[in-house]
Each structure stands twice: as C-alpha cells, then as structure tokens.
Design a protein around this ligand. Structure first.
Ligand code: SAH
Length: 366
C-alpha cells in the first residue's frame, strides 16, 4: 500500500494540487485548511461540509498526523515548553512566552543544528535532520490546542518567531511552507509583522526569502567585526558581515516601516566593550534596524559568562545615545531551561559533532 499523504504539512498551494490530483475542485483546499488549522479537527468524518464520498476518499489516501507531546513544562513566569517526540529517538522543543498584550511562540526548524555557533547549546547537540513542514506547523497547532483563546475570543498565540532549534534558512522549503500556513487567513492568519524568521546569515537564502514569503527578519549578528564573528558564528567565514548586511538592506528595500532585528548576545569580555558598541553603530548605518541585546544563557559545559548587568546597560545606553533603538531581551523560562540558546531536545547526532565538542572540552579544561 502506498503511504497516505499527511495533509497537516500542505499549504494552500499544496492542498490545491492534492485535490486536483484527486479529481476534486481546488476550493476544497480552503475548507481543509480551516478544519485542520482553525478548528483543529483531524478526523475526516467530522468535516461536515464535505460529502460522504469525499470523506471516504480522503480517509483512503490521506491522513492528518501530529507528533506526540512527550512533556509540557510550565515556568513560574508562565512560559511553557513542550517537548515533542519525533521518529528514531529524536525530540524537539517549542516554547511559548506570554507577555502583556501578546503571546509569542518560539518554533524549531531542525532536529539539532548543523551550524557551530560556540555559545549555543543546540549547536553542542549536533545535527540529525530537517523537520518536515508538518512537524514545523504541528508546533503551532499543539500550542493553540493547549492555550486556546482568551476571553475576548482571540488566539492566545499572537506572534511566532522561528528562533527555536535549528537554522530555518537551512531548511528553506519546509520552513516557507509552514510560514505560508501561519500567514494564510484560512490557516492561522498571522500578519508578517508578527511572524519573524531569525537567521545566523545564510545570505543567498535571505534574498530568496524576500522573493518568496513576506515575513519579518532577524539576524544573529553577535559580533561587530569579522575576526570575532568568524570564531563565534563560524558561518561568517562563508558569508561575512558586509555581505550579510548588504542582503539585509536588499531585504528592506521598498518595504514601508520594515526594519531588521539585530540580535546580539552579551558575552562577558568577548563582544561587550564600548568599542564593540561603537563598531556596531558604524556597521548598522543605513540599515533600518532594532537591536535586541540578549543576556547570554549558560548551559552545562560552556566556558562563556554573561556580561554583567552594568555592562549590558552601558552598552545599551551607548547605542541609544547614538540614536539607535536597543532593547534588552528579558530572560524567560530559565527555570525550565527554555531560554534562548538553551533548547536542546533529544538529538541523535548524525554529524557526531557533540562527540568532537566533548573531546575539545576535555582539552580545554586541562
Ligand atoms: N539559527 C537561527 C535561529 C536560532 S534563534 C539563528 O541563529 O538566528 C536563537 C537566538 O538565540 C539566536 O540569536 C541565537 O544566536 C541566540 N542564542 C543562542 N545561544 C544562546 C545563548 N546561550 N544565550 C543567549 N542567546 C543565545
């Protein structure tokens, strides 16, 4: 028997093609999107505006399959983390962060990560595989199922950031399909202002994204010169800062009120001097931006320390004095290990990088 198609991971375009293939009208795609994503009905038998014969046909060739939630953790500050079980002993993490007036879901795009940013705990786990579009959108489905709507009838999850485990632009087509579903009015209806993709800087894919899917962009800059960025965000050796910022400028061209969020992790004694702040101001000239300073979140085995509170404030103030918008990201959910860069899941590491990193740690500690 051929495998049944999982409709969870098809966007409008994909579902229309699926129905045409079945000799059905493409408008069925919209009905299916609403059932799956708006009403979270996954049993074809309950889809009352489809004929009985179509429901039976769907039953035979398709399914709506969600991965299983292994654990849900709830932090004292209301942050929630779901650990979602995937095939072959892998698991990913999804985090919900409630704030006044909005609720943000931080979504993973890969099992582990193939990049080697030295301050990120996901990187230490190594890499297993890309998530498919169904596994990406399932995270939003699961969060909506758990959190539902507020008393006014609005969804509790109002914003999505592609900032969980993995590099989203290294899993391009699945991420774009899932983001299409997030944006689609028949899916989740999230506006591009409330949907942000964060990348470490895969330059050609930034250009492609500009063409394919209208979302807000964040870049993980973390250093104001190539020498340092080559070390802490090694993808910089391939796509150096000047190329990355040029791609960002192309990204915002012609888009009213669109800025790039620049993420900058505060690492004590590494990238947090006033000279670094000066270099940052110079670099970002001409790029509409907002800087988000992220206090470093430690994880077992790391040799980095977070900059002192004072130093973070000094750094921020310097940027503000120079006319930039700079905020400090609040650390949320650290009691359930759900903060930025702490998401580790369960990664069956095919790259064997975690082994190599452990070996390096031994040398480092000697
Ligand atoms: N790969 C993408 C998506 C991950 S987003 C990217 O690099 O942008 C997660 C954000 O948290 C990134 O800005 C990442 O650099 C940052 N981060 C990673 N490890 C961290 C840590 N230990 N403490 C604070 N922020 C961290």
């Amino acid at each position: 028997m051929t495998e049944r198609t999982n409709l969870l991971g098809l966007d409008l375009h994909g579902l229309e093609a699926f129905f045409v293939e079945l000799d059905e009208k493409p408008f069925r795609a919209r009905q299916l999107l609403q059932w799956i994503h708006k009403y979270r009905i996954i049993d074809f038998a309950e889809m009352s505006n489809l004929s009985k014969s179509l429901r039976e046909k769907l039953q035979a060739v398709a399914e709506i399959k969600l991965p299983e939630v292994m654990h849900e953790h709830i932090s004292q500050d209301g942050t929630r983390k779901w650990i979602i079980k995937l095939s072959c002993g892998n698991a990913i993490e999804t985090v919900f962060i409630p704030e006044s007036g909005r609720g943000t879901l931080c979504v993973s795009s890969q099992v582990g990560c193939a990049l080697t940013c030295t301050f990120c705990s996901t990187a230490q786990q190594g890499f297993n595989r890309n998530l498919d579009a169904a596994e990406i959108i399932a995270q939003l489905w699961i969060a909506n199922e758990a959190l539902g709507k507020d008393p006014k009838g609005n969804r509790v999850v109002t914003n999505v950031v592609m900032m969980g485990m993995g590099e989203p632009l290294a899993n391009y087509s699945n991420v774009v399909t899932a983001m299409n579903l997030m944006r689609d009015d028949f899916g989740y209806g999230i506006s591009w202002r409330r949907l942000t993709l964060s990348t470490s800087g895969i330059v050609p894919m930034i250009d492609k994204l500009r063409e394919d899917c209208h979302v807000s962009l964040a870049i993980s800059l973390h250093a104001a010169n190539d020498e340092l960025r080559d070390q802490i965000v090694p993808i910089n050796q391939k796509y150096p800062i000047a190329e990355l910022l040029a791609a960002c400028k192309r990204y915002v061209v012609g888009q009213q009120r669109r800025h790039i969020t620049v993420e900058y992790v505060m690492l004590d004694g590494i990238n947090d001097s006033i000279q670094d702040a000066k270099d940052l101001v110079r670099l970002l000239k001409g790029l509409p931006n907002k800087i988000n300073l992220i206090p470093f979140n430690p994880f077992p085995g790391t040799h980095y320390k977070c900059s002192s509170r004072n130093q973070i404030v000094r750094f921020q103030q310097y940027l503000i004095d120079q006319g930039l918008v700079a905020t400090v990201r609040k650390t949320r959910g650290d009691d359930i290990v759900a903060a930025c860069g702490q998401l580790a899941g369960e990664v069956q590491d095919k790259s064997r990088r975690s082994e190599r990193m452990r070996a390096q740690e031994v040398v480092f500690h000697r």
